[in-house]
Design a protein around this ligand. Structure first.
Ligand SMILES: C[S@@+](CC[C@H](N)C(=O)[O-])C[C@H]1O[C@@H](n2cnc3c(N)ncnc32)[C@H](O)[C@@H]1O
Length: 257
């Protein structure tokens, strides 16, 4: 049975929140410039990163399991007259034509794979789609530092901003429930908005995100035929340290993989 993807239900809210989130764009465009195209973005969602990659002139393929997220990617790319191949698939069973020099998994998307077998399956599938000189870039939160400055188990006001589609404000509340023994965080997001008649509408989304330590991630990559060559701690590509915001790894196909 197909597993439900929470992004199907909050594609609109994802874009409302992330369309102006641009801090990682130069990072991925920079990696694509360094490693070359074609570019494969895994878990590409609504095309937030695909669009600037296509705009920079790369042949881009985006894979995501959410139809509504891909639909938004299609609309975003078409609005700018940009070309990209969009494919609806799960990362664990990825199978697309061709091999790629740059394979990117941005913004914590790999953390949506909770089970080790799914993490390994996705990394192995990515490996099978890498050219001999290809690279895999993984951008994850560093360990359990995600949201650690905010109190857990409390419903916190996160953001109030107008909905670009209706002009009416949307307010987001978030609750984080750490599950330390599972190395995961359960997140609940509530989006409150008024409909056209003024009635309050509340939408709720639950997500679970795994967190990884540097050496765990390196071992997973190794088990899947990759070698972690570079590890960075933020989007300025500064050295990784225990208090880094991000865990950004660049991996190369291992010789025996
Ligand atoms: C945090 S969003 C990232 C979207 C985009 N890369 C960005 O940076 O804005 C994560 C995406 O992963 C997708 N996703 C989650 N689990 C997946 C899976 N098993 N296979 C493929 N895509 C998946 C979701 O549908 C969602 O679009």
């Amino acid at each position: 049975m197909a597993r439900a993807n929470p992004f199907d239900r909050f594609a609109r809210f994802y874009d409302w929140e992330h369309d102006q989130y641009l801090v990682d764009v130069d990072l991925h465009v920079g990696f694509a410039r360094r490693f070359g195209g074609p570019v494969l973005e895994l878990a590409c969602g609504s095309g937030r990163l695909l669009a600037p990659l296509a705009r920079a002139g790369f042949a881009v393929t985006g894979v995501d399991s959410s139809g509504p997220m891909l639909e938004r990617a299609r609309t975003r790319l078409a609005a700018e007259g940009l070309q990209a191949t969009l494919i609806q698939q799960r990362l664990e069973s990825l199978h697309v034509d061709g091999v790629f020099r740059s394979i990117l998994i941005g913004l914590d998307s790999f953390a949506l794979l909770i089970r080790r077998e799914d993490q390994l399956a996705a990394l192995r599938a990515a490996r099978a789609h890498a050219s001999h000189d290809g690279r895999l870039v993984l951008d994850l939160a560093n360990g359990n530092l995600r949201g650690a400055s905010e109190p857990p188990e409390e419903l916190l006001h996160d953001l109030t901003m107008p909905d670009p589609e209706t002009g009416r404000p949307i307010t987001k509340f978030a609750l984080r429930r750490p599950r330390p023994s599972e190395q995961s965080d359960e997140l609940m997001f509530f989006y409150d908005e008024q409909d056209e008649r003024g009635y309050l509408r509340r939408s709720m989304v639950e997500l679970k995100l795994r967190w990884f330590t540097r050496f765990e991630l390196e071992l997973l990559l190794q088990a899947a035929g990759w070698r972690a060559d570079e590890v960075y701690g933020n989007y300025d590509l500064e050295e990784f340290g225990p208090n880094s915001d991000r865990l950004i790894v660049v991996a190369t196909p291992a010789a025996s993989g």
